[in-house]
Design a protein around this ligand. Structure first.
Ligand SMILES: Nc1ncnc2c1ncn2[C@@H]1O[C@H](COP(=O)(O)OP(=O)(O)O)[C@@H](O)[C@H]1O
Ligand SMILES: [Mg+2]
Length: 269
């Protein structure tokens, strides 16, 4: 079980795209996947076509009794393999601290639910407010998304700082795993320069390769389709990048041959 939070300070940089891309990689390899939408704009919810669920992340955070999130899980339009806890507009009201342990409400409400899944992806709103703090207090892995422009450099650094604050304060399991650079155009000098600056500042955290511009991304989202089943120029490359990103987030698979090898050794010595 791995819980991944996808975050950035800015809107429109590709958080939901990366969250949906990871869910699509989970869908494609048939692992049990749950998407939790913590953005009041509910773009991931729309792209996963969940209709009008009875409960949303807004209800889950308002209630926050241990395990209550299980009541809000619905099946996505992608099929049984991907479940969703949807967002709604009124979630906006939960982006400010509320009472003691305010940032732990999602973690409490989920309780043991994440153990029913191999992959849980949390899509964050474009801020480092209380909703994102709830996501980071719940996650094992943080993926920061940025575009390769000048201002995004500061945004990525601040998002990583927020990750380390939560990791030190309330969630020692949390690790920053990747800074994904989205909509990178290799022929744009400014993009190349900013990619270099990001790599200088954050080293191997900067995910290689960056995500290219790909018209199939918005098309597949509008069509409620995982990018892995979308056939248009470039969409296979995006799906491959999402597969590799997911591999880098999930625990390494135990080599199947390792157990017999150990026991053979024991008999020989
Ligand atoms: N690499 C890309 N190529 C083409 N369009 C993209 C790409 N990444 C994101 N988009 C589109 O840009 C818009 C904003 O992306 P989104 O993932 O919703 O950003 P955020 O969640 O950070 O607000 C969406 O319409 C999305 O489909
Ligand atoms: Mg979004």
């Amino acid at each position: 079980m791995t819980v991944v939070a996808v975050l950035s300070m800015k809107g429109g940089v590709g958080k939901s795209t990366v969250a949906l891309g990871l869910a699509s990689a989970g869908w494609d390899r048939d692992i049990r996947t749950l998407v939790i939408d913590l953005d009041p704009q509910a773009n991931a919810t729309m792209a996963l076509d969940v209709g009008e669920p009875e409960f949303t992340t807004s209800d889950v955070l308002a209630d926050a009794r241990p395990g209550v999130a299980a009541d809000a899980v619905v099946t996505s339009g992608w099929g049984d393999r991907v479940a969703v806890i949807a967002a709604e507009r009124s979630l906006e009201h939960r982006n400010v601290p509320r009472g003691r342990h305010s940032a732990l409400r999602l973690r409490t409400a989920l309780a043991t639910l994440p153990r029913s899944y191999d992959l849980v992806v949390i899509d964050c709103p474009p801020s480092l407010g209380e909703l994102t703090r709830n996501a980071l207090s719940t996650a094992d892995r943080a993926v920061v998304v940025t575009e390769p422009n000048h201002f995004a450099l500061h945004g990525a650094a601040e998002a990583l700082e927020a990750v380390s604050v939560i990791a030190n304060a309330t969630n020692s399991r949390l690790r920053a795993s990747a800074v994904v650079v989205n909509r990178f155009r290799p022929d744009d000098r400014e993009h190349r320069l900013n990619l270099e600056r990001l790599a200088d500042a954050h080293g191997r955290l900067v995910y290689d390769p960056p995500l290219p511009d790909c018209p199939g991304i918005p098309q597949s989202q509008r069509a409620v389709s995982p990018i892995h089943s979308w056939n248009s120029p470039g969409s296979r490359d995006v799906a491959d990048i999402m597969d590799d990103l997911l591999d880098s987030l999930l625990p390494p698979k135990r080599p199947e041959a390792s157990m017999p090898r150990v026991s053979i050794k024991r008999y020989l010595t």
